[in-house]
Design a protein around this ligand. Structure first.
Ligand code: MN
Length: 268
């Protein structure tokens, strides 16, 4: 299996390398990521300036790694278009340090990077983990690798795009893996204003709101200790391959020994 890995936290993120280490156990991995943190840039691409790419020494041996002075989307577009010769079977973005739930899917560079894979017909995973209790990313990396393994075993699906969010707890404490839909909001956005020596300034403030989310949304699942697997799609005429997604989710719960696998109703 040929796997392309990207992220929005940059080449130095230890959570990237934790993911690469696990994915390396199931396939060949190429890394193409921004040279610095580019969180919350969403689907931004660099069009009016040149991009520079450096091949860098990977933190996991046996992996080819590229650092790009651009956006997460740039890193994936460059890798798929130029840097990686031959076939790619899966694009994985992450592991993001922090969840990407509900409306965050629209501004997340992690999701944005995976989107570029999906738009080019490659199965794609965006993987994010809650950062609250300060656990390492190892459980999320393991889950991502099991999902990749499930994708390899399933029929080939060009329309597969999953936004995966994992609670901050050790693997034995994960409750289940649920197929969810995006919650309709995750934050209250407010604008604060003030004055300093340069004059008036504004500051966007986001406050997490977890109350009253609908059942079977991503927020609902993660706050109850489950892995949330949200099928994402952009097409008006093609739906996510739900049968395959159920198969992949069932394989994950089987591998983790979870008993509470109750896939929620799919996106409609
Ligand atoms: Mn990030």
């Amino acid at each position: 299996m040929q796997i392309l890995v990207s992220n929005d936290d940059g080449i130095k993120s230890p959570w990237l390398w934790a993911l690469v280490k696990e994915l390396k156990t199931i396939g060949n991995v190429t890394v193409s990521v921004p040279d610095r943190e580019r969180s919350a840039v969403g689907t931004a691409v660099t069009l009016r300036q040149t991009l520079r790419v450096s091949e860098v020494k990977p933190e996991v041996p046996g992996v080819t790694a590229f650092s790009v002075d651009g956006m997460p989307s740039d890193a994936v577009i460059l890798a798929l278009g130029k840097l990686v010769p031959g076939k790619i079977d899966l694009v994985v973005s992450g592991i993001n340090r922090g969840l990407n739930l509900g409306e965050d899917a629209h501004i997340s560079g992690t999701v944005g990077a995976a989107l570029q894979g999906y738009l080019r017909g490659f199965p794609a995973l965006a993987v994010s983990m809650e950062f609250r209790n300060g656990q390492g990313p190892e459980s999320a990396a393991r889950i991502a690798a099991l999902l990749a393994k499930g994708i390899a075993a399933a029929p080939s699906e060009p329309n597969l795009f999953l936004n995966v969010n994992i609670p901050d707890r050790p693997l034995p404490e994960i409750q289940g893996a649920l197929i969810t839909r995006l919650a309709d909001r995750s934050h209250i956005n407010t604008v604060e204003e003030g004055h300093d020596d340069k004059g008036k300034y504004y500051c966007l403030v986001r406050q997490m709101t977890n109350n009253n989310v609908a059942e079977n949304t991503d927020i609902w699942a993660v706050t109850r200790g489950n892995v949330s697997i949200t099928p994402i799609y952009t097409s008006f005429h093609q739906r996510p391959p739900m049968r395959t997604i159920h198969q992949i989710c069932a394989a994950l719960t089987g591998e983790l020994g979870l008993t509470r696998h109750k896939p929620a109703k799919a996106n409609r």
